[in-house]
Design a protein around this ligand. Structure first.
Ligand code: CTP
Ligand code: MG
Length: 238
């Protein structure tokens, strides 16, 4: 019997780069809003005890999210940064589950994530004995390092470089310790913007699991067009 498993969905952002009238997680993608799409991808994950969605304090859009009616879906209030929102979700989980419970942190802004990729992440972490793991894709473009005037200084090898995605899967107690230690900190001069970097900060080596299906983070207006097209194409994708 495996330990309990919870999912935390940070959804307390304002979507400033999107610049829409409402927070981007509530923008419609076809007939459903982004957060509904995201939750409908997460609800079929096997053996999930609960999903905690962290909302901003003045959120009045959440009632339109149908998945909120599922008894496994809980809400709590998030914080000023993504890390604060994840911490709020983690504390909610730790009030109800053991520190050894697994948590999968998944951005509300990634509505395309596939069940098959999540299952491979979970299976890989269980079978590898790793401290935890994350979905990611190998970097495909040629990388340039530039100065402040955008003049190229050199080409950076993309060998062994990956783009981190979510879900990111760790044990609740260990992730709490890592996030609290890393608050507003850096790993090798790079700000801690995901759960994995907080764990790396403590010397851990999380497992990368390649995402084989699209898992776009919807950030800017053009991403909405792509997400709408992909959601049409991958409507029944598992
Ligand atoms: N998030 C959160 N709490 C915050 C900031 C972000 O829960 N204080 C969530 C967002 O809702 C999103 C995820 O973290 O689901 C990833 O963040 P990002 O894509 O940066 O979303 P926003 O912060 O909303 O967008 P922006 O940075 O453009 O304002
Ligand atoms: Mg942000």
């Amino acid at each position: 019997m495996n330990d309990a498993m919870w999912i935390i969905v940070p959804a307390a952002g304002r979507g400033e780069r999107m610049g829409s009238d409402i927070p981007k997680q509530y923008v419609m993608l076809g007939e459903q809003c982004m957060l509904q799409h995201t939750l409908s991808r997460l609800l079929p994950v096997p053996d999930v005890d609960g999903i905690v969605v962290t909302l901003s304090e003045n959120d009045d859009h959440w009632p339109m999210v149908e998945a909120g009616a599922d008894e496994r879906v809980h809400t709590t209030i998030g914080g000023a940064t993504r890390a604060d929102s994840v911490l709020a979700g983690l504390r909610y989980v730790l009030d109800r589950a053991a520190p050894s419970s697994w948590v999968l942190v998944h951005d509300a802004a990634r509505p395309l994530v596939s069940l098959s990729d999540i299952r491979r992440l979970v299976d890989t972490v269980y079978n590898s004995g790793a401290i935890g793991g994350i979905l990611a894709t190998p970097v495909q473009d040629t990388l340039k390092s530039a100065d402040e005037y955008c003049c190229i200084e050199c080409t950076v090898s993309r060998n062994q470089l990956w783009q981190a995605q979510t879900p990111q899967m760790f044990r609740a107690g260990e992730l709490l310790e890592a996030l609290e230690t890393s608050r507003h900190g850096e790993v090798s001069g790079i700000p801690v913007t995901d759960e994995s970097s907080a764990m790396e900060n403590l010397g851990h080596e999380p497992q990368l699991v390649e995402a084989l299906q699209p898992n776009l983070k919807v950030t800017r207006p053009a991403d909405l067009l792509v997400a709408r097209l992909l959601l049409t194409h991958f409507a029944d994708q598992t």
